[in-house]
Design a protein around this ligand. Sequence first.
Ligand code: AMP
Ligand code: ZN
Length: 106
Amino acid sequence: MEQCVFCKIVNKEIPSEIIYENDKICVFKDINPKAPVHILIVPKKHTESLNELDEREKDLLGEMVLAAKKTAKDFGISDGYKLLFNVGKKGGQIVEHLHLHLLGGW
Ligand code: AMP
Ligand code: ZN
């Protein structure tokens, strides 16, 4: 099956500005930023959206949120930022691979 765009980023098959990665997550700059700082926190394992997760993925979700907090600190925007999950087409989700938006720097 054709990989999704974020799987291709995770697998380094298409270029992106990766800020941080470990065995579970990848943090990279949004290609079309909607804020002065716009970064995406993405699990390496393909999962369509938050709706596919349950208790078993609590650690992954915690890791994503803490990575967002650390990235906000590293980018000097700890004094104010937004974290956003778009879920489903009706929720504004375009890329069907779970991701957390970090927005700030206004
Ligand atoms: P969403 O609407 O929540 O699905 O957001 C998807 C986000 O992915 C948008 O903000 C896009 O600008 C961003 N995006 C799409 N393709 C890429 C890419 N190749 N590299 C970085 N960000 C991307
Ligand atoms: Zn994917």
